[in-house]
Design a protein around this ligand. Structure first.
Ligand SMILES: CNc1ncnc2c1ncn2[C@@H]1O[C@H](COP(=O)(O)O)[C@@H](O)[C@H]1O
Ligand SMILES: [Zn+2]
Length: 366
């Protein structure tokens, strides 16, 4: 079987996907058209921006502001969540941690809580696949749904996917707003929310602003992942590593002493190859720091970041790694399987994921 096809068949775990960055272009254009007709936005301008290939870091954040105008009402949030989960499941993602920034919008009578509820409604609305998003302690039935003989990549059976939510703090937010998001995550722990992410334009905001909320999250048992080193920022990167989050994303601009600290810490790194290339964090896949971390056996997971914004898929990210670094199918399988260890869900879920990989093993290991 060709590597590209294998990467699609491979059971995969996605740990770093932003909801609004993962919306289908077709959905964005459809929604934008309606808003254009209502005179709320200039459709042709938005269409041009969505279709343009340019995705520098600055352009990404300009686009996100536009995306948010298009997607932020309850029904749309529910719709995009449903579609995003269906798209990941369709390419054999068996476990998805989906992150999103709870947003308040008075004009839409939206609170951070009602925003997250709309996301959860989207998980419930999925019908092309079975979705398990509640913790094992809340819904033991989840587990019987995932018997290994019913593995997801078998095309003849209904696909299944575990989903967990991370609530993102945007770097534009205040300490109080960040705290509100953490409190919301705590209140919604039984509904599939499992942790906190710090993201947003890395040129904006100060690490110290978010630290109290992140420390509180950690104390209260939420899992924390940070966008770390997406731009050069020596002090912030040191402080983030000292905070000792459960995972970090990107790690593009680490310097020698950061790498040493990271490798000793064994903090897993969410690697976003296409995102880093398109936002001009790297100039080629070959020179990506993934290569060094992989060689050092540091825990890494391939992720998409924003499948919509960057026109990629998780299967494509595995294929890119395999073709750039000349992995054989066993190495690709192991790369994907190793991610089980650092998913944020409980051990029951990890055990089930291991069974799913066991059942797929013979297709990848001779
Ligand atoms: C490209 N690299 C990136 N770096 C930092 N933050 C990013 C990002 N890509 C996405 N986001 C964060 O995710 C939000 C969109 O999804 P949600 O509205 O939360 O669902 C963006 O506004 C930004 O805060
Ligand atoms: Zn990200």
């Amino acid at each position: 079987m060709e590597m590209e096809e294998l990467c699609r068949e491979l059971p995969k775990i996605e740990l770093h996907a932003h909801l609004n960055g993962s919306v289908r272009d077709s959905t964005l254009l459809e929604l934008a058209k309606v808003l254009g007709e209502q005179g709320a936005i200039d459709f042709s301008e938005v269409e041009g921006l969505i279709k343009r290939r340019g995705r520098s870091l600055k352009e990404c954040f300009r686009l996100f502001d536009i995306y948010h105008k298009i997607t932020t009402d309850h029904a749309t949030v529910t719709r995009i969540t449903q579609e995003v989960v269906e798209d990941f499941a369709a390419e054999n993602v068996v476990y998805l941690e989906l992150r999103t920034t709870p947003k308040q919008n008075k004009a839409k009578e939206m609170t951070k809580r009602s925003y997250v509820e709309a996301v959860i409604d989207g998980l419930t609305a999925v019908d092309s696949v079975e979705v398990a998003f509640l913790p094992s302690t809340v819904n033991a039935r989840n587990l019987t749904n995932f018997l290994p003989n019913e593995v997801t990549y078998n095309q003849t059976q209904r696909k299944k996917i575990f989903v967990r939510l991370l609530l993102s703090i945007d770097r534009r937010e205040t300490t109080a707003a960040a705290m509100e998001t953490v409190n919301l995550a705590l209140e919604m722990k039984d509904k599939g929310v499992i942790g906190i992410d710090l993201s947003g334009n890395p040129e904006v905001g100060e690490w110290q602003t978010f630290l109290p909320a992140l420390q509180y999250a950690k104390q209260k048992g939420l899992q924390v992942t940070l966008h770390c080193g997406e731009v050069r920022n020596n002090r912030e990167i040191h402080s983030m590593l000292d905070f000792y989050p459960q995972r970090i994303g990107h790690a593009c601009y680490l310097e020698e002493e950061h790498w040493e600290k990271l490798k000793v810490s064994k903090i897993p790194v969410e690697i976003c190859l296409t995102s880093n290339l398109r936002t001009e964090r790297i100039t080629s896949f070959k020179e990506h720091h993934f290569a060094d971390l992989y060689k050092a056996k540091h825990p890494v997971s391939l992720c998409t970041d924003d499948v919509g914004l960057f026109s990629t898929t998780l299967s494509n990210e595995y294929y890119l790694a395999a073709s750039t670094f000349e992995f054989n199918k066993e190495q690709v399988y192991q790369l994907s399987r190793n991610v089980i260890e650092f998913v944020f869900a409980d051990d029951e879920v990890k055990r089930t994921l291991a069974e799913i990989y066991d059942a797929a093993e013979r297709r990848f290991i001779l």
